[in-house]
Design a protein around this ligand. Structure first.
Ligand SMILES: Nc1ncnc2c1ncn2[C@@H]1O[C@H](COP(=O)(O)OP(=O)(O)OP(=O)(O)O)[C@@H](O)[C@H]1O
Length: 806
């Protein structure tokens, strides 16, 4: 490519230099006239070349062409400055105008593909005027994944000069690290600000010899200043210039490390910091020091006419990462994009429903917990003298609330306190900010408890605050998450004797379609104990009814955007329980992560129903059920998820997987199987894998959920129904179990038994239709059905069929 014939006669710099104030630049870096482009797929890759007139006079862009046959490239521009020299079609350029030419590249074979492009311009339209040219070399390389792996630590991304140059931008100041130094020497002589003069880059080009046209007078003067001897008369100016030139080069060098499409995670030690992966930083590529700054633009904002650039300060430099302090505005802006959630938070803070309770309700994964956590934070921050009680019916849901509050960087964690009941085993509980000391649960005295701004407990334990003498009205706000799960008197424990009926604010969040109160007495059920406070208000109180213009947001907010799950996971619960109102809005980076998993029966459909005909057994000492065939299958999936090579799928850690089983014994056996398994037992972080009942998973989510349904014997179904256990005959439990998964849902169960239940039947049929069904041969299943049908048609008595076939 560098052997263009003309290049043999003239120096390369003559071709590549910008001339007469016309520049040809690119969104990628140009080094020595060369633009390098890398692709890892046989896909079209686009590169924009920008032609710009920076001179005072008009210039004519007469044509551009490739200097050799462009088999793998195409060129395009909006005004068709064609490949033919044609003055009539030429484009007149005024000062400051820019024009874009798009180059597209696509190759099917691995290799390096060169192109040489010449751009022709004229200073006027006189036929006698000689045109001038600017040349750019392009080198496109299509390389394999292997090549990328063999390359540097981080996958290669084209180096962009400016990832994005917005027309206008605001700078959002970040949080600098605390100074380690104690400064007793005051600043009495202020230092001036300095701004790099705009001519410095041009001066560097003149010095490099890349500008061959006569440079501006001032540049000539500067060049001679640099070339003259150092003396008193030029001491300041010379060093000024030299420092600016050095600064300019550093600016160019650091720009090579610009990155696109990066994601950052919160630092686990200090939630106010974000961690940016930066391979090479430990070897000073780039050289980054504590206190240095970085500018970040959100990818969803780059198209806006005014964008915010967030300034992040480096707090720590570690092996392959840096920890950055940004302003709080960069965090937790989820709610900004969801008007219903934002509205709910504003109305709760403003107390618009008082003295009536405020309700936040909606299907799974629609951000009810996120909304109330945000509301708690805002109340604490904006209402002086506010004291908050945050409750949930179960310990796992209360723990979840507490963790979300503690890890949110807006509330000082020291203001939060989790109160556990004295009956809890201190071994299985969250110890941070709680009344657990060592292995003892300690109830602090009333005054100490009252000093916390936010107390978190279960609904029942909140009663201990009443019996402990908390005055009515101490809490200005009481929040109850998962409120649909509690019987009304249980919800009332957190309010009666604690909240001032006139001035206090009660907020209930939940979903009546998820697990409700678990009751045994048929009479309690018949006479309404099964109806939660949330559901009763929603269905019977006129404040919360849907009017012609929707719900009255002063009292209630209904959330309908699901931010959790892949649309295929949501489909059946959405149709069955939510009239199809639920909108799938989850971030595809996560929800689609398993769409290409090699073990999916059908690629693109991250739902598996694995049919297995096992046995549901009981052990002598326990009435609870287990099913070892299902455990075998679950362990196999666990191995595939955790220990096998993942083709293009990000590594998953055990804490991102949840296993749900309906019976305590199955939960116990699965935990044991993992502990005994040769590979799994020592897998890093395996103790963080949660295996639990549906109740323990209510309100929670995991990237991958595996459900073991256990039931395999028809005669036991009646037990499930009578005692309200298991999955069968309990659609709310089914709903909660299937709506916990973000990216992959694996159901393991006996298809014959499960299909006798309408809800499960619909789910299994859905998996069959979408080709997500695997395991026990489905044709056998149809045949069995057909056989049963034929048998039934024989009109033989039922008990004979039962003995022989089922
Ligand atoms: N506005 C939002 N933008 C993006 N993600 C959101 C938003 N609101 C919530 N999320 C995310 O959606 C997921 C579900 O949120 P959350 O647990 O609050 O839902 P929920 O309605 O309480 O669910 P469940 O009914 O299962 O208890 C979480 O991962 C949360 O971070």
């Amino acid at each position: 490519m560098r052997s263009s014939v003309a290049a043999l006669y003239l120096p390369r710099s003559v071709f590549i230099s910008d001339k007469s104030g016309v520049r040809v630049s690119s969104e990628l870096q140009i080094e020595d006239g060369m633009i390098q482009l890398f692709v890892e797929k046989a896909e079209i890759c686009e590169l924009k070349l920008i032609v710009e007139n920076t001179s005072q006079d008009a210039v004519y862009f007469t044509y551009y062409t490739a200097l050799h046959w462009l088999q793998y490239f195409t060129l395009e521009d909006s005004r068709r400055v064609t490949f033919e020299p044609n003055l009539l079609l030429s484009l007149s350029f005024l000062k400051g105008e820019k024009y874009e030419v798009t180059l597209r590249f696509k190759a099917e074979q691995i290799g390096v593909y060169p192109a040489t492009l010449a751009f022709e311009f004229k200073e006027n339209t006189q036929p006698a005027t000689r045109p001038f040219h600017i040349v750019r070399f392009v080198q496109a390389e299509y390389r394999s994944e292997l090549a990328a792996l063999l390359g540097p630590e981080a996958p290669f991304r084209p180096k962009r000069l400016e990832t994005y140059e917005p027309a206008r931008c605001n700078i959002d100041e970040g949080v600098p690290p605390e100074s380690f130094a104690r400064n007793l020497l005051k600043f009495v002589v202020p230092l001036d600000n300095y701004t790099r003069p705009s001519y410095i880059s041009d001066l560097a080009e003149v010095l490099k010899g890349t500008i061959v046209t006569v440079p501006l007078v001032c540049l000539v003067v500067f060049r001679s200043l640099l070339e003259s001897d150092l003396g008193f008369h030029n001491y300041i100016e010379r060093f000024d210039l030299l420092l600016y030139l050095e600064e300019d080069q550093m600016r160019l060098d650091i720009k090579r490390y610009n990155k696109d499409d990066v994601s950052m995670v919160k630092d686990c030690e200090n939630k106010r910091l974000l961690v940016l992966e930066l391979p090479g930083v430990s070897e000073n590529r780039p050289s980054v020091l504590r206190g240095d700054q970085l500018l970040l633009t959100k990818s969803e904002e780059v198209q806006l006419s005014t964008v915010t650039k967030y300034k992040g300060y480096v707090h720590r430099v570690e092996l392959d990462q840096v920890k950055l302090g940004f302003s709080r505005r960069l965090f937790d802006q989820k709610l900004d994009k969801n008007p219903e959630q934002k509205n709910a938070v504003c109305n709760i803070v403003a107390g618009t429903s008082k003295p009536a309770p405020y309700l936040v309700f909606g299907p799974p994964g629609t951000g009810k917990t996120v909304t109330i956590v945000e509301a708690i934070k805002q109340v604490e921050k904006n209402i002086p003298g506010a004291y908050i009680l945050a409750c949930a019916p179960s310990n796992s849901a209360a723990d979840q609330l507490c963790e979300k509050l503690i890890t949110s960087e807006h509330v000082d964690a020291r203001k939060i306190y989790r109160v556990y009941a004295s009956s809890r085993n201190p071994k299985d509980i969250l110890k941070k900010n709680s009344n657990v000391e060592g292995n003892t649960i300690i109830f602090p005295c009333k005054e100490d408890l009252m000093s916390y701004k936010i107390l978190v407990s279960t609904l029942v334990t909140a009663g201990r605050l009443v019996s402990g003498g908390f005055p009515i009205g101490h809490f200005s706000h009481i929040f109850v998450d998962e409120a649909g799960h509690a019987v009304e008197p249980e919800a009332i424990i957190s309010v009666a004797g604690l909240l001032n009926a006139e001035t206090g604010q009660l907020v209930l969040a939940g979903d009546p379609k998820q697990l409700g109160p678990i009751l045994r007495s048929p009479f309690a059920i018949r006479y309404g104990l099964g109806l939660s406070l949330l559901e009763r208000l929603m269905t019977q109180n006129e404040l919360y009814q849907k009017g012609t213009t929707g719900y009255d947001n002063r009292y209630v907010t209904k959330l309908l955007r699901n931010y959790r799950s892949h649309p295929s996971i949501l489909k059946i619960p959405n149709e069955m329980f939510y009239d199809g109102e639920l909108v799938a809005c989850a971030d595809e980076m996560i929800s689609h992560q398993y769409c290409m998993w090699e073990h999916l029966p059908k690629s693109g459909f991250p739902v598996i129903f694995h049919g297995v005909i096992g046995k549901d057994e009981r052990e002598s000492n326990s009435p609870s059920f287990f099913n070892t065939s299902e455990i075998d299958i679950i362990i196999d999936y666990m191995k595939k998820l955790l220990t096998q090579a993942k083709k293009g799928i990000a590594k998953i850690s055990p804490k991102e997987i949840g296993i749900i089983a309906p019976y305590r014994k199955q939960v116990e056996k699965i935990r044991k199987a993992i502990k005994l398994h040769r590979e799994l037992k020592s897998f890093l972080g395996i103790e963080e894998l949660k295996v639990g009942s549906v109740e323990e998973f209510q309100g929670q989510e995991r990237k991958v959920i595996i459900v073991s349904t256990v039931r395999s014997d028809k005669k036991h179904i009646i037990l499930d129904e009578t005692f309200n256990i298991g999955f069968l005959k309990n659609e709310k439990r089914f709903n909660v179990a299937v709506t916990r998964a973000k990216s992959l849902l694996i159901m393991v169960g006996n298809p014959i038994i499960l299909r006798t239940d309408a809800t499960w039947g619909r789910f299994i049929n859905y998996c069959i239709e979408e080709e997500g069904y695997t395991g026990y041969d489905i044709s056998n299943l149809e045949e069995t059905d057909a056989v049963v049908e034929r048998l039934l048609a024989l009109n033989i008595r039922e008990e004979i069929i039962g003995k022989t076939w089922l």
